[in-house]
Design a protein around this ligand. Structure first.
Ligand code: IPE
Ligand code: IPE
Ligand code: MG
Length: 268
């Protein structure tokens, strides 16, 4: 096995499953950091409101621009070998925003799902909603179901759309499900617990990107991110371009993921 390349940042950690662990070691020879694509990227798409405010526009204009930015990021990451992309579109706590903003965001979701389904099919993207649906109107719930059904046969990138998603609520829901199922304590392993999360079909995120400059997790993928790498950028979500995405991927590619282990002996 070759030497890990690039700087080691002790404040930034890495992935959790056995599968991720193997993958990381296999890929630790990267001469070109962009050649080591993370398998699963998750993005906290923050900064829509500020993007609009900076232009003297209503916040919803920022959300519209933000939603419009999603397809190009999906395409760019798929082209770079990413297999799973999870986007944080609306948190459990975002319901506390003013009603017109909440309703506007939900409407944008609706429009986008309808508009993008054909495109996702052309691009072989499978869309999966992660989060709760019970506070959504029947119309929106149907639209969410429809896009999931219509893209369910696609075998390319899996796009997890986190909408009405909260990590703590997800953990509580998993605990409640296990209790309801009468699972005995000794059977509650990390795998069983993880399989009761919305993301059971996805590996843990390798890289979590947050746009908009905040240095916090805001209730995103709390269980799944135990060993994720983080990349923060001041770029506001609607402005995120391929160059900044490549910076994030290059940063990831230069890191050494150790999963609690020691630096491998390179023999050199
Ligand atoms: C992120 O942008 C989108 C959602 C949370 C729905 P914000 O609306 O949080 O934008 P800022 O952080 O106010 O700029
Ligand atoms: C996180 O952004 C949620 C989404 C991007 C959907 P917020 O803007 O809601 O996060 P806080 O409130 O700044 O932590
Ligand atoms: Mg925000």
């Amino acid at each position: 096995m070759n030497a890990p390349t690039g700087p080691v940042n002790l404040t930034e950690h890495s992935g959790s499953s056995g599968e991720n662990r193997l993958r990381s070691q296999d890929e630790s020879d990267g001469a070109d950091p962009l050649a080591r694509a993370p398998r699963h990227v998750a993005i906290i798409m923050d900064g829509n409101g500020r993007w609009a405010e900076q232009r003297g526009m209503p916040r919803l204009a920022g959300h519209r621009e933000g939603v419009n930015a999603i397809p190009k990021v999906v395409d760019a990451l798929a082209q770079r070998g990413v297999q799973f992309l999870t986007i944080y579109a609306f948190s459990t706590e975002n319901w506390s925003r003013p009603t017109p903003e909440v309703e506007g965001i939900i409407q944008l979701l609706h429009e986008t799902l309808q508009r993008e389904t054909d495109r996702f099919n052309r691009k072989n993207v499978r869309v999966v909603h992660i989060g709760n649906a019970d506070r959504l109107s029947p119309e929106i719930r149907d639209a969410v179901e429809r896009i999931q059904d219509e893209t369910s046969g696609n075998t390319g990138l899996v796009l997890n759309v986190a909408f009405d998603y909260g990590g703590r609520q997800e953990i509580l829901a998993a605990v409640k499900a296990l209790i309801r199922e009468g699972v005995s304590p000794e059977r509650v392993t990390e795998e069983v617990f993880g399989s009761h999360h919305f993301t059971a079909h996805s590996p843990d995120p390798d890289l979590i990107i947050r746009t908009g400059g905040e240095l916090r997790i805001s209730n995103f993928l709390l269980w799944q991110s135990a060993y994720s790498e983080y990349f923060h950028t001041p770029v506001l979500w609607p402005d995120l371009d391929e160059a900044e995405l490549d910076r994030a991927l290059a940063s990831y590619g230069n890191r050494q993921r150790r999963f609690g282990n020691v630096i491998p002996d390179t023999g050199s």
